[in-house]
Ligand binder design. Sequence first.
Ligand code: M6R
Length: 614
Amino acid sequence: MCGIVGYIGEKQAYPILIKGLKRLEYRGYDSAGVALINAHCSTYKCRGKVSDLEAEVEGKNIEGTIGLGHTRWATHGEPNDINAHPHTSMHGKFIIIHNGIIENYNRLKSKLINRGYEFKSETDTEVLANLIEYIYLKGKVNAVTAVELALSKIVGAYGLVIACVDEKDHLIAVRKGSPLVIGVGSGEYFLASDATPIVEHTKSVIYLQDNDMAVIGLNGMNLKNLNSKQSGEKKPIIHKLELDVDEIEKSGYDHYMLKEIHEQPRSISDTFRGRINPATHELKLGGLHYNMDALTNAKRIIIIACGTSYHAGLVGEYLIEEFARIPTEVEYASEFRYRDPIIYKDDVVIAISQSGETADTLAAIELAKEKGATVLGVCNVVGSSIPRSTDGGVYTHAGPEIGVASTKAFTAQVTVLTMIAMQIGQKSGSLTKQEYSDLIEELALIPDKISAILKKSDEIKAISELYQHATNALYLGRGYLYPVAMEGALKLKEISYIHAEGYPAAEMKHGPIALIDENMPVIVVATKDKSYDKIVSNIQEVKARKGIIIAIVTEGDDTISKMADHVIEVPESDFALAPLLSVIPLQLISYFIAVLRGCNVDQPRNLAKSVTVE
Ligand code: M6R
């Protein structure tokens, strides 16, 4: 969490920093700040959004061609002006922005207090600023050495940008566990937590690796790895960004979330572009080229993920077991990493993550690697940490997802998992040639079917209006549609703050049915599949208790439409592909309800887009 930006060059830094912070606000938005390195070094920071910071700074000195900026998601210390970044060391020598957590900050803080240091904030970052300064002043070393020595005493994760007021010709950037990208311009450098603030300035970027330290000056940069046994410099690898500025703008939509919902026909096409060919019935996942044997021979597949990615993983479990006939388990990465799981060398672990930076998922990957399993990634952000720490994998290519509520990333993840399951099934022979070809053809039709659902937005909005004041909601589904129910409930609760639960429909009788009365909206995902008759019975059970039914059904369904209070039809598809369609109305319902309730859809309270702390 937290977004960090930096600039060093000949232009004025402030406008670049502010624009960059707005792009990174999805990472955290409880306070923001900038420091401009000019004759006096000006630091401005305040609680609230980047727009509050702009108001705070109005009329003040914003000169400076070197600067740092930060947008915060609080970990240590409540969101307020003092805890906001940048942090300045007690004697004013160092200015720091930080994304991550310093775990041993309490012990270091006590030691510094014993040595006469006083602290203004409750943050772990200020401890690091003072530790660097203490070493710098006491050891009479240069800033780079002081940073290196201080970091050798730190336990934790960090993406850091550091300025020293005595050495105003460079910035120091270090990465361990929290992402940091350097944009290489002509006579200028940009720093950011991800590439979105950089893309409009340059397409040449360097992704720092863990323990990399870059010293960036006007005339060039030096890179080294603090853990490397070889002393001396490391050659930076420059990547070309494939991102376009248009992809990170709202492009006329009121919210990023709405834009991203509407992008799904295109984003799913991008997910399978060059991978499936409906004319020749071919499917090829290049990123798994070297891992297909491991996958086909796996005794077990374990999927690890968090949040929405976990729900995609649950759909993946059904897909892999049905198409590939390999036992599959899905686990929250945060549970998996702490419970000493039994993992065999012939297990394949698939980590799913939109951001590729989720701390728990990264830690779970390391654990699986230690135990000798093949680890694959299904990630959206190219160049992020998870794809770099896995043995292979598949990018979802959904494009940047900026709304905190994940939408197009989910459908892209499910699309990739469908293709993985199909490819294993084809290789192992558990899918017949005909089944395989039919599925490829069906998959290729999904984008048009989603477009058809999106045309029903007004109808879905009208239903949403009726339930905007609900205090609870129950989402039900069976089989492939049970994870969709869970995803629908997560969407509603995270952006509209209505309590919602997703349940396998048959489980309702074992407890949740007690909640049902005439005020309880029950959203039932009930498209035609193997358990259709069973879910019809579940709907009757809800109606018998006066519950309100909003049903997502297959076009032409005339059974449920007679029982339900509202139906939203989606086109028919193969049962296994139904999650890709039935989730769309649920995304729209939560979006419309949140807007009607006046909630901040793109930046819901207490959340951040990428959860880089455990
Ligand atoms: O980047 P990841 O996919 O690893 O993120 C996982 C969750 O934090 C994320 O899906 C979260 O649950 C979303 N806010 C849900 O909309």
